[in-house]
Design a protein around this ligand. Structure first.
Ligand code: FE2
Length: 654
């Protein structure tokens, strides 16, 4: 098993990219050549290469075999197209393939994700700044029906930016990743735009849509009506709302010093001028099914700009009552998007960042996105892993402030699971983290998804460079001695799946404890013009027998993030995978149900359910399935290589 070897970092990551998918010099003509998006002159063609609202008259090239760069470019644009249609009346969906299995747990699959990328006044926004578009698939295995609803979350920003009379949109908030072209640029301090678009969780009777920069919005789960924000983190100005110190709350305070003074100076500006909430609730949450707890984590707003980080962890019981809370201060400048927990630890894989002074000046002036104030920091060849004691009464001997340094430089995007095991004879502990990670050289805050804030265009080549740089599935193994000192730490591929992959998920019942199976979105590599992204394949990795199997969708079809729904008999891979599929050639979305045990077999597809074309939605999404069992989250994928199977030996475990 070889460790991922990423090329050395550079300060100009994009310079190494092959720009093989640059936009056409001019739009495809209306008259039939094979790169036209339309079939006849009577059908309007999208006039902007930037993300545009669908007109529902546009018909793309239906040829699924076409595999040229121009079609690839346009297919990529369609993935991030705005959707203006909503339905607050449940729509019955057509099962176009297979059938809803009678043992499918009855429940509702919620997805939130950005849905509005371009307004009616010339502004486009980065996909991550798109307004949250909440969808629900209610699956009834008795009637074998699926009902669908879709509504925008009425966040404060959404209410301001959409005219309820005309239905027109005018973006007034910059959003952290965007620059307004049709709105106020210079002097616009309306940066924070809580669009509730990053993930959804149902817990303690509340359905919440989360955003990485602020408080969640509560949604009424039957009507998808927006109730309002829920402050589960803080008082108005940053005092922890969590438990008192003599209860189960533990706070590791900083010792003061220069950066603490700097934080006190920054806070009034961030809170008062830029209206940032004191804490950012991360969109990735965890569910400890053994303890019936929802685990969440937040960061202090000012830490984005300072070389120190405050992380607060919250554990809620099944009634959404806060039962544990801890705050940790780490003297490093880190960007954490996802994290992990075990029986004894919270685990942070530290992505190192630094302040970009020039970018900060431009951002404050409104000339560049606020995110341009930050850049990755590749100054160290290693990656820090913080093992934070999960419980206050931990008798751990090791100093949690000292990170374990993984031997290679890795930017972790998503964590599938982590677990630990102690050898009672030696006292040694083995810890494993399963994650997706990419190269520092590739990751660029200003170019995520290939969005160019200067042009407002999406460049698919950003996501289709040398695949060694792109996100892959990795396994980080740590061995500690009885004193807690690190004896060994290595980073290996998770399985022998070498293709670009992301969104590792598992059976949530195994979260925090040893799992055998990991599922993820990946690429079949069958499309020459889009070899790595968007994803078109679900891969299943078995860590015990070392096998890897996969399922791919049809050509010019893409998938998001899978989610595992257990049948409920306790067997780890006995359940279903839900994934949303987007057939870009026909602009149709489908909910696909796969039998997780049969991934790799021709019979893996259980049902394909079609969303009406007028309710077609962009692919980026985060999911949660509930009602009966509380489960995880999702996103989308392709290939006509019907169902592919790959079984390869693998060679290591924890
Ligand atoms: Fe994420």
């Amino acid at each position: 098993m070889q460790a991922p070897s990423f090329p050395k970092t550079s300060n100009t990551p994009s310079n190494n990219f092959q720009n093989k998918l640059s936009p056409p010099q001019k739009l495809p003509t209306l008259h039939g050549n094979n790169i036209s998006l339309v079939q006849s002159t009577s059908v309007p063609i999208p006039r902007a290469i930037s993300i545009t609202a669908p007109t529902h008259h546009e018909i793309p090239n239906l040829d699924v075999e076409i595999d040229d760069n121009v079609t690839a470019y346009w297919d990529y644009q369609f993935l991030f197209m705005s959707q203006r249609s909503e339905t607050d009346v449940p729509v019955s969906l057509r099962v176009v393939e297979g059938s809803i299995p009678s043992d499918f747990p009855i429940g509702t699959y919620f997805l939130t994700g950005p849905g509005m990328f371009a307004d009616d006044h010339g502004s486009t926004v980065h996909p991550l700044d798109g307004h949250g578009y909440l969808r629900s698939f209610t699956i009834d295995s008795v009637t074998r029906e699926v009902k669908f609803m879709a509504r925008y979350i009425k966040t404060e920003a959404q209410v301001e930016e959409r005219d309820p009379e005309t239905g027109q949109w005018r973006f007034t908030h910059r959003g952290p990743f965007s620059v307004l072209k049709g709105g106020k640029m210079v002097g616009n301090t309306k940066v924070m735009k809580n669009v509730a678009n990053t993930s959804v969780v149902k817990w303690g009777g509340k359905l919440l849509c989360l955003w990485e920069g602020g408080s969640p919005y509560e949604i009424e789960s039957m009507s998808l009506d927006t109730v309002g924000t829920v402050n589960i983190m803080d008082d108005e100005y940053g005092s922890s709302k969590s438990l008192p110190a003599d209860d189960h709350h533990h706070k590791e305070t900083s010792s003061g010093g220069f950066w603490e003074v700097a934080a006190q100076v920054l806070k009034p500006m961030l809170y008062g001028v830029f209206k940032m909430p004191p804490k950012r609730l991360l969109s990735h949450y965890k569910i400890d099914t053994c303890r019936h707890r929802l685990l969440m984590m937040s960061c202090n707003a000012e830490d984005m700009l300072l070389p120190r980080s405050n992380f607060t962890f919250y554990e809620f019981d099944s009634n959404f009552k806060l039962v544990e809370s801890q705050e940790f201060n780490i003297p490093d400048h880190l960007m954490i998007h996802d994290w992990a927990f075990t029986d004894n630890h919270y685990i942070l894989f530290g992505n190192r960042i630094k302040l970009d002074v020039g970018g900060s000046m431009a951002a404050v002036c409104g000339l560049s996105p606020m995110i341009s104030a930050l850049s990755v920091n590749p100054s160290k060849p290693t990656s820090p892993i913080y093992l934070l004691p999960r419980f206050k009464n931990s008798h751990e001997k090791r100093d949690w402030k000292v990170p374990i340094e993984a031997p290679s430089q890795l930017w972790v995007l998503h964590v599938g699971n982590a677990f630990e095991a102690k050898n009672e004879k030696t006292g040694d502990s083995d810890i494993q983290i399963q994650a997706s990670g990419c190269s520092y050289e590739w990751f660029n805050f200003q170019k995520m998804f290939g969005y160019d804030w200067k042009s407002g265009k999406l460049d698919p080549s950003m996501m289709n460079v040398n695949d060694k740089l792109l996100p892959h599935l990795v396994k980080i193994s740590v061995k500690l001695d009885s004193e807690g000192s690190c004896k060994k730490c290595n980073v290996n591929d998770l399985g022998q799946w070498s293709k670009a992959s992301d969104f590792p998920v598992i059976n949530q019942d195994y979260c925090g404890r040893k799992n055998t199976y990991t599922y993820a979105s990946t690429s079949s590599g069958s499309r020459q013009a889009l070899p790595n992204f968007p994803f078109d394949t679900v891969v299943k990795i078995n860590s015990t027998n070392k096998s890897v199997s996969s399922w791919s969708t049809g050509r010019r079809r893409f998938i998001g993030e899978p989610i595992f729904i257990p049948r409920g008999n306790g067997k780890e891979d006995d359940g279903y995978l839900l994934v949303v599929e987007y057939a870009v050639s026909t602009q149709r979305c489908y909910l696909v149900i796969l039998d997780a045990k049969l991934i790799g077999e021709n019979s893996a597809l259980v049902a394909r359910v079609e969303v009406p074309r007028y309710l077609n939605f962009p692919m980026v999404a985060k999911l949660n399935y509930n009602d009966p069992p509380q489960v995880g989250r999702p996103e989308v994928r392709i290939v006509q290589i019907p169902d592919t199977r790959v079984t390869k030996p693998m060679d290591d475990s924890i």
